[in-house]
Design a protein around this ligand. Structure first.
Ligand code: IPE
Ligand code: IPE
Ligand code: MG
Length: 242
């Protein structure tokens, strides 16, 4: 797909995914508790959502809490979910003003009822919004998503609805959490870390990767624009000879 152009000839990817990393390191550098870094990270979430919507990104997936993050100390996990609830309550105006439609990617099983209720309410509130789709990846793992898709397919085979030979890439894709979301064109990770950490394993197969050195709480519009400018310089070949 041809990327769209924003003012100043910035190449805007259709679909962006972000591994928001470095909250703990940001706090440590400031001599603060880790949770203060998570709190400050909310400003970067608001900026990124607003800027992406304004620039014309069609889908944004933010990695907010991984399946593996459940292994963090209970206090940090509780504080993180407290912040998520606060975000869902406080930022409804931001979502509505920018015509953003909210989605959730991940497993629901381990999420507390109050978190699920707020998530579902906000998703319902924004369901008619026709602008950018924003998926929050919470209790999300890329391997778990593929496991869940595989189980759903196995069930269809068991019911006699599907022949094993009919399982192809499109069938797996159709059973992912949000098959309607386009694969990310650009994957951004902050805090200088060069790994995927179980994020969107199926979907990132041809994503361009941009690693920003700043920790997530310091991520601003200028860093997003720098990522898009970097993306604009990439030659995407998809295995072919250009
Ligand atoms: C990212 O920041 C937020 C989550 C993973 C929830 P970290 O908490 O991973 O920050 P660092 O990597 O320890 O600096
Ligand atoms: C990935 O960051 C998960 C999120 C950003 C939510 P982590 O900080 O958990 O990843 P690792 O442990 O450095 O790989
Ligand atoms: Mg981290």
């Amino acid at each position: 797909m041809k990327p769209s152009s924003a003012p100043g000839d910035l190449v805007v990817p259709h679909s962006v995914a972000v591994i928001m990393d470095g909250n703990g390191r940001w706090a440590k550098q400031a001599g603060l508790e880790r949770i203060r870094g998570h709190e400050r990270g909310i400003d970067a979430v608001r900026t990124t959502v607003t800027e992406c919507a304004k620039l014309g990104v069609q889908a944004l997936v933010l990695y907010a809490f991984s399946e593996e993050n459940w292994q963090r100390p209970a206090r940090e996990v509780n504080l993180l979910f407290g912040l998520l609830k606060k975000f869902l309550r406080d930022e409804r105006g931001t979502l509505m003003d920018n015509r953003v439609r909210l989605l959730h990617s991940g497993r629901r099983e381990r999420l507390a009822k109050d978190v699920l209720d707020l998530l579902d309410e906000t998703i319902a509130l924004t369901v008619q919004n026709t602008g950018m789709r924003l998926s929050l990846a919470i209790s999300y793992g890329g391997r778990q998503e593929i496991v869940d898709a595989t189980r759903a397919l196995a069930l269809r085979v068991q019911r006699g609805e599907l022949q094993p030979a009919a399982i192809d890439e499109a069938a797996i894709h159709a059973h992912l959490y949000h098959p309607e979301l386009p694969d990310p064109d650009l994957l951004i990770r902050t805090a200088g870390e060069q790994r995927i950490s179980n994020f969107l394993l199926w979907q990132v197969s041809y994503a361009e990767i941009h690693v920003a050195d700043v920790c997530w709480p310091d991520f601003r519009a200028e860093h997003l624009r720098a990522a898009f400018a970097d993306y604009g310089r990439r030659v995407r070949k998809f295995g072919k000879v250009p």
